[in-house]
Design a protein around this ligand. Structure first.
Ligand code: FPP
Length: 240
């Protein structure tokens, strides 16, 4: 039976900013800037659809390999974006969060993110999680280190280690797993995004480049999801 529910949590791999810029003979950083505008437009238009959590992949643990100019450019865009949300938080209903190892980011950016998380923590609108210096394997590695530490300090026993406990040690603790992951620009890879959390996620891949992705594309992704069979490894009763 096809599920008809709107996914509560959608993950987005915002790919194709570089190609969008290249097609227009613009520097790659302008593609990322247009990508941030596309995200802002989407989040504002997504209110009221019933989606409660959106996690976006803004900067991966692998993205440091890009040129210094591009890394600086993306960090600058993230800073502007966080500051804009901070300036507007009083009138906004977004709850902003992050996943990833923030310790590698500049101190002022870490401080701005911490401030934005704090002032928006009781907001009841869309819960936006920005993945920054994020890698699924890195997140699992850090969770395993914390679990080992807690076992060593007798805070938990080895037998207490369940799938639920592992979820609670991840950066995303408290947020339900994403039912749907959207990837733009046609790439058929998971790219280390929400490795643990996406075990049963449905994927929606579109050829559209991220800066061209609109609320209509978002609604189309939800509609495709609603017509998928989700079986979680079991059997579909209707087809038996
Ligand atoms: C992938 O496109 C995109 C990124 C590595 C960065 C995504 C960043 C943003 C959308 C802007 C900042 C984010 C926020 C949350 C404000 P790509 O560069 O790999 O594109 P390509 O594959 O066409 O080269």
């Amino acid at each position: 039976m096809a599920t008809k529910e709107v996914p509560k949590h959608i993950g987005i791999i915002m790919d194709g900013n570089g190609r969008w810029a290249k097609k227009r003979l613009l520097p790659r950083v302008l593609g990322h800037r247009q990508g941030a505008i596309a995200l802002d437009n989407l989040l504002n238009a997504a209110k009221g659809l019933g989606v409660e959590h959106i996690t976006v992949y803004a900067f991966s643990t692998e993205n440091w390999k890009r040129t210094e100019d591009e890394v600086k450019g993306i960090m600058g865009i993230l800073r502007d974006y966080i500051n804009k949300y901070f300036r507007e938080y009083a009138d906004s209903d977004f709850r902003v969060d992050s996943i990833g190892d923030l310790s590698a980011l500049s101190e002022d950016l870490q401080r701005d993110i911490a401030n934005l998380k704090e002032v928006s923590k009781n907001k009841t609108g869309i819960h936006l999680t920005i993945a920054m210096n994020y890698g699924g394997r890195d997140e699992i590695k850090r969770a395993v280190q914390k679990i080992a530490e807690d076992v060593k300090n007798n805070k938990i026993n080895t037998e207490d280690i369940t799938e639920g406990l592992i979820s609670d040690y991840l950066d995303s603790a408290g947020t339900p797993d994403p039912e749907l992951i959207i990837r733009t620009s046609g790439e058929l890879r998971t790219s280390n995004f929400l490795m643990w959390q996406s075990a049963y996620s449905e994927y929606y891949i579109t050829d559209k480049l991220w800066p061209d992705f609109t609320i209509d594309d978002f609604k189309e992704a939800i509609s495709v999801y609603q017509n998928r069979d989700r079986r979680f490894g079991g059997r579909n009763e209707a087809k038996q």
